[in-house]
Design a protein around this ligand. Structure first.
Ligand code: SF4
Length: 373
């Protein structure tokens, strides 16, 4: 494909996406000079002039009005909630997962580059499918899911649409959640909170220089994690462990100390990398690498550290243990929950409360207080 053809393909897709758009929610914009609008949906806080796009390329200024993605999905499927991964939210439950297109970052190791980098990388050919929020939620109910999750691409850049879908889902009593890079603003987190319960943050490393190569800032992500907990979201953090990229021992120890300082009850998932996208020559993460990171998390004082993406190869490190007596309370292999012994939000052996959203309603308030204490 010539560069001219690539450019044509990109602009055709941008036109198609621009048709699937609506004015931004006023809560996520600030007025700027001469028709410019500042978007506050992520920590880039782009000032967008008329006719221009934000860094994510999917939010754009049309004659002084910020227009944002609306009324479509690029991926829609029912997943085990453990796949997100949420391990402390309705274990064994089902989640209707939906994604749109685009991202505010450009990670060389992205697992979902096909949809996230669609406006940057001509190798991607993901396309939008029009839909409406009520229909999506009707399908969720028909399939008896427990949660509706915005995932696959970065949901912060499509927060207005997620808010619309979650507002419908809440009428049906479903849990709602984000799987996000956490490069958020206080404005977007406050906007989402009334309709959002769960928030998974990808903490990609603990080095600001490395973070900046992805188009992000470490401090902004750390602030978001603290704000999420303060606002009462149920938060789980994931770090994709990439040999030679973010697995330096001192860096991992600093990361784990930060999380334990937010709350020792905050679950931390260290997951295995498999070569892909622009990092297809990098080594895979071994079970030994995951065990080492797991131990670092436990040494820092975190009660719940999980080794992921290598099902059945990390012994008991996929299980949830009671922070009181140490007995296994949820047994897992990969995304399968083999046994859930949590009773009324607590360990059946010693009665210690285990932080989590163990059913759609039960103990949520108590658990959130544990994260915040
Ligand atoms: S979502 Fe982020 S990257 Fe996109 S326009 Fe808004 S501030 Fe910029």
């Amino acid at each position: 494909m010539t560069s001219g053809e690539k450019e044509k393909k990109r602009s055709r897709l941008a036109e198609l996406l621009d048709r699937c758009s609506a004015p931004a929610d006023p809560a996520l914009t600030l007025p700027g000079p001469d028709g410019a609008v500042r978007c506050v949906s992520c920590a880039n806080r782009c000032l967008i002039r008329p006719g221009k796009r934000g860094i994510c390329r999917v939010r754009f200024n049309d004659e002084g009005v910020l227009r944002v993605p609306w009324g479509y999905v690029a991926g829609l499927q029912i997943d085990p909630i453990e796949k997100k991964p949420f391990y402390h939210a309705v274990p064994g439950g089902k989640a209707l997962s939906f994604g749109m297109l685009g991202c505010n970052l450009h990670c060389a190791f992205c697992q979902n580059w096909f949809s996230s980098q669609t406006l940057r990388d001509e190798a991607s050919s993901a396309l939008p499918t029009e839909c409406d929020a009520a229909t999506m939620v009707r399908e969720a109910v028909r399939h008896n899911v427990d949660a509706v999750i915005s995932t696959y691409n970065e949901p912060l850049i499509t927060a207005d649409w997620a808010h619309a879908v979650f507002s419908e889902a809440k009428k049906q009593g479903l849990l709602c959640g984000f799987v996000s890079n956490g490069f958020a603003t206080p404005e977007v987190l406050a906007y989402l909170r009334p309709v959002t319960d769960l928030f998974k943050v990808d903490l990609k490393c603990f080095d600001d220089k490395t973070y900046r190569t992805l188009g992000c800032r470490l401090a902004a992500v750390l602030e978001s994690i603290q704000q999420l907990v303060d606002l009462g979201y149920w938060v789980e953090v994931v770090t994709l462990l990439i040999p030679g990229f973010n697995d330096d021992e001192a860096e991992l120890r600093a990361l784990a100390r930060f999380l334990a300082g937010v709350s020792p009850h905050l679950p931390w998932h260290v997951t295995a990398f498999h070569p892909q996208y622009k990092m297809n020559n990098q080594c895979s993460t071994t079970p030994e690498d995951l065990r080492r990171a797991w131990q670092i998390g436990r040494d820092a004082g975190l009660h719940h550290v999980y080794a992921g993406n290598l099902p059945g190869r990390v012994g008991t490190l996929e299980d949830t243990t009671c922070p009181g007596c140490g007995n296994v309370v949820v047994e897992r292999t990969g995304f399968t929950v083999r046994r859930n012994r949590i009773h009324n939000g607590a360990c059946p052996d010693c009665g210690t409360v285990v932080a989590g959203y163990w059913t759609r309603q039960e103990t949520a308030v108590r658990s959130l207080e544990m994260l915040r204490s």
